[in-house]
Every structure is written in structure tokens, then in C-alpha cells.
Design a protein around this ligand. Structure first.
Ligand SMILES: Nc1ncnc2c1ncn2[C@@H]1O[C@H](COP(=O)(O)OP(=O)(O)OP(=O)(O)O)[C@@H](O)[C@H]1O
Ligand SMILES: Cc1ncc(COP(=O)(O)O)c(N)n1
Length: 274
């Protein structure tokens, strides 16, 4: 009898961050920490560090299609997520493939702008994300500026976050997290969750006073994706995601000279005290 182990498999569809803190690298580190096997469809490459994005190259549609095809032919992916999708052509390529293959519940992190201000999605692609990608999503995880662009609302307090959640469900997303990381005046960093069954709740945590927040959104959505691949229900997956990212921000590490990356070991380390 074989004693080989089998791990659930999850997929990140995203851009590469050469600095290792956000994008596909943050996704893979997070998925690995959750004891899930991570696969990738690379959509764009960025030359990036903690200071900013120096260059970006969207990949040809043919290689995006080929990556999806390769995975569908061989792996047994149980949940997937999207991150940086660059432009209209890449968003449409991803939508086309997600309609073709079943990779389980889809989490859409509608990444638009990097922490340092560099655009990661072209302006004209926002409507394509809203109209073509969001209706495929089991979960969407916009931050406040992204939720504003997708809904047309101004979101500057917790009441407006609730309104945005309802508006996003109106666009066809089943479950929504409106991330509060950008409500900068607040002492807390609270996220509003609205589920398909109408249930809603807040994810609460103290705001950590740090500039080392590169890849927070990627880390949250990747952790949720990993938990969904294990078969967790959506509310439990979301709560685990918040615990994971809270620890990863609070127990910081020193890398680079700007918006440093998170500590993806933190939650596990708290349990085992390495
Ligand atoms: N300073 C902070 N202290 C504690 N939690 C934070 C802080 N900043 C963000 N968070 C949490 O991190 C998660 C991601 O939120 P955020 O609004 O930063 O997403 P984001 O802007 O999409 O991230 P990114 O673009 O860096 O990937 C949320 O759960 C949010 O509450
Ligand atoms: C390739 C890639 N994907 C996503 C982000 C968002 O992360 P952040 O907002 O923390 O810069 C990024 N900077 N780069």
C-alpha cells in the first residue's frame, strides 16, 4: 500500500511580483502555508520591488490559454483565484478559460493599483471585470477604491461598505468581502462580509501601524482559496483568511526599503513558536 500523501490543489491566476511580496508569489506562499498544493496561470510579469513597479509585461493570450489547458488535462484543482489581470485582452482570456474548465469556486481579487500607485489593470478593463468576470465569482474581495470603481459609490465609512456589498451582489457575485484596509483614519482594519444566503458580519482586527503591507489583499484571497480547496464552507474560509493575514501583518519581517512584504509564516509560527 502506498503511503504517498494527497493534498488539495488550488490555482492562482495572477501576475508575477519579482519582489516576492504580492501577486502570484504571495499566493503560492500562502497556499503552501495552508498545506494545499498551488498551481499557477501566469498572466503578466512585473519588475517590482517594495519601492514600486518598474516595468510590466502582459503575456500573450496563446500562452495563457495553453497554461489553462495544461492544468485541466492533468491536475484536480478544487478552487481558484484571480489577481492582477493587466488589461481587456487578458481579462477576456481568463474569462474564456474559466468558462471552459471547472476549477472549483472562483475568488476574484479585482486588483487595480499597486500599493505604490502603479496601475495593474487598464481603465477600460474595469468594466470587463465588472460585467464578464464578477458574474463567475463565488467570492469577490475588493478593497475600498476597487469597490468604488466597480459600483460607482463613494465608500468612506462602514455604512457605505455595507451598501457596496449589496451593490456588488447586484452585479452577480455570490459572496462579497469589502476590505477596510484603506479606511486610514480608523484604529481598526475591519472588513464587511455579505454572504449569498443574506447573512452578513464584520471581520475585525486592530490596525497595525506599519508600511509593510505589500500583498495583504493577495494573501487574504489566497488563504480563502486554499481553504475552499480543502472543502471549507465560505464563512469559515473567510474567517481563516482574516486570521492568516492579521498575523502576517502584525508579526512583520524586514525585507526591502519600501512597502515590505508580509510574514507568511506568522500564523503557523504562533502555533508552534519556531
Ligand atoms: N495596517 C493594517 N493593519 C491590520 N490589518 C490590515 C492593515 N492593512 C490592511 N489590513 C487587512 O488586510 C486585508 C487586505 O486589505 P486591504 O484593504 O489592504 O487590501 P488590498 O488593498 O487589496 O491589499 P493589496 O493591494 O496590498 O494586496 C484586510 O483584511 C484588511 O483589513
Ligand atoms: C503582480 C502583482 N499583483 C498584485 C499586486 C497588489 O499588491 P499591492 O497592492 O500590495 O502592491 C502587486 N503589487 N503586484
Amino acid at each position: 500500500m502506498s503511503d504517498l500523501k494527497q493534498y488539495p490543489q488550488a490555482l492562482s491566476i495572477a501576475g508575477s511580483d519579482s519582489g516576492g511580496g504580492a501577486g502570484m508569489q504571495a499566493d503560492l506562499k500562502t497556499i503552501q502555508e495552508r498545506h494545499v498544493f498551488g498551481a499557477t496561470v501566469l498572466v503578466a510579469i512585473t519588475a517590482q520591488n517594495t519601492i514600486g513597479v518598474q516595468d510590466a509585461l502582459p503575456l500573450p493570450e496563446t500562452i495563457i490559454d495553453a497554461q489553462f489547458k495544461s492544468l485541466a488535462a492533468d491536475l484536480a484543482i478544487k478552487a481558484c483565484k484571480t489577481g492582477m489581470l493587466a488589461d481587456v485582452t487578458r481579462v477576456r482570456a481568463v474569462v474564456r478559460n474559466l468558462k471552459k474548465y471547472d476549477f472549483g469556486p472562483l475568488t476574484v481579487d479585482p486588483v487595480m493599483v499597486a500599493k505604490g500607485g502603479a496601475p495593474l489593470l487598464s481603465e477600460d478593463a474595469v468594466a470587463v471585470v465588472r460585467d464578464e468576470l464578477l458574474p463567475l465569482a463565488t467570492l469577490a474581495t475588493p478593497n475600498l477604491p476597487e469597490a468604488e470603481k466597480l459600483t460607482g459609490l463613494t465608500i468612506d465609512d462602514e455604512a457605505a461598505m455595507k451598501q457596496a456589498g449589496i451593490a456588488l451582489q447586484g452585479l452577480g457575485v455570490k459572496n462579497v468581502i469589502i476590505k477596510g484596509g484603506h479606511l486610514s483614519a480608523d484604529q481598526e482594519s475591519n472588513d464587511f462580509v455579505l454572504l449569498e444566503n443574506g447573512e452578513s458580519f464584520w471581520l475585525t482586527s486592530k490596525r497595525v501601524d506599519t508600511i509593510r503591507t505589500h500583498g495583504t489583499g493577495d494573501t487574504l484571497s489566497a488563504c480563502i482559496t486554499a481553504e475552499l480547496a480543502k472543502g471549507a464552507n465560505i464563512a469559515d474560509a473567510i474567517r481563516t483568511g482574516k486570521d492568516f493575514v492579521e498575523a502576517a501583518i502584525a508579526d512583520g519581517i524586514i525585507v526591502g526599503h519600501g512597502h515590505g512584504p508580509l510574514n507568511h509564516w506568522a500564523l503557523e509560527a504562533r502555533r508552534h513558536e519556531f
